[in-house]
Design a protein around this ligand. Structure first.
Ligand code: HEC
Length: 137
C-alpha cells in the first residue's frame, strides 16, 4: 500500500513537472514568444489567405502570393511544436490540424482550385479556436 502511494506520488511529480516545464508562452531556449509568433507570423499569413480567397485570385501572381502565405503558415505548425513549447495533446492536435490543413490548402492553391482552397482554409482555421479555447488566456 505504501509502495502504491509512493508510485502514485512519483507519477504525479513527473506529470506535474512535465506540465510545468512546457512553456506555452515561449519555448525553452529560443527567444520567440508565442504572442510574437501569433501576431507576427500566424495572424498576418492567415489574414492574407482569408482576404485573398474571398474572390477567386486574379492571376498567377495572386496564386503565387497565396502559396507563399500557405507555406509559411504551414511552417508555424512546426514552430508551435518546437523547443518545448507544447504543453499537452490539445496543443499537439491543434498544431496537427494547422499543419495538415495548411498543406491541403497549399495543394488546392497549387491546383488553382478557388472553391477547394476556401473549404480547406475554413477547415484549417478550426485549429485556431481549438488551441485558443484551451491555452489563450
Ligand atoms: C497550438 C496552439 C495555437 C494555435 C494552433 C493557434 N494559436 Fe493563436 N495563440 C495561442 C496562444 C497560446 C496565444 C496567447 C499567447 C500569449 O498571449 O502569450 C495565442 C494568441 C493569438 C493571437 C493574439 C496575439 C497577440 O498579439 O496578443 C492571435 C491574433 C492569434 N493567436 C491568431 C491565431 C490564428 C489566426 C490561428 C490559426 C490560424 C492561431 N492563432 C492558432 C496558441 C495557438
Amino acid at each position: 500500500m505504501k509502495k502504491a502511494i509512493c508510485v502514485a506520488l512519483a507519477l504525479a511529480a513527473i506529470l506535474g513537472a512535465s506540465v510545468a516545464t512546457a512553456q506555452i508562452k515561449k519555448g525553452k531556449t529560443r527567444i520567440l514568444t508565442t504572442k510574437q509568433l501569433m501576431g507576427g507570423l500566424v495572424q498576418p499569413h492567415c489574414k492574407a489567405l482569408g482576404d485573398g480567397l474571398k474572390e477567386a485570385p486574379a492571376d498567377d501572381d495572386a496564386w503565387a502570393a497565396l502559396a507563399t502565405h500557405a507555406a509559411l503558415l504551414n511552417e508555424t505548425s512546426y514552430l508551435l511544436m518546437d523547443d518545448g513549447r507544447c504543453p499537452d495533446a490539445t496543443w499537439a492536435d491543434a498544431s496537427k490540424i494547422l499543419g495538415e490543413g495548411s498543406a491541403e490548402l497549399y495543394a488546392k492553391i497549387e491546383a488553382k482550385d478557388a472553391e477547394g482552397a476556401q473549404a480547406a482554409f475554413k477547415a484549417m482555421t478550426q485549429s485556431c479556436g481549438t488551441c485558443h479555447k484551451a491555452h489563450k488566456k
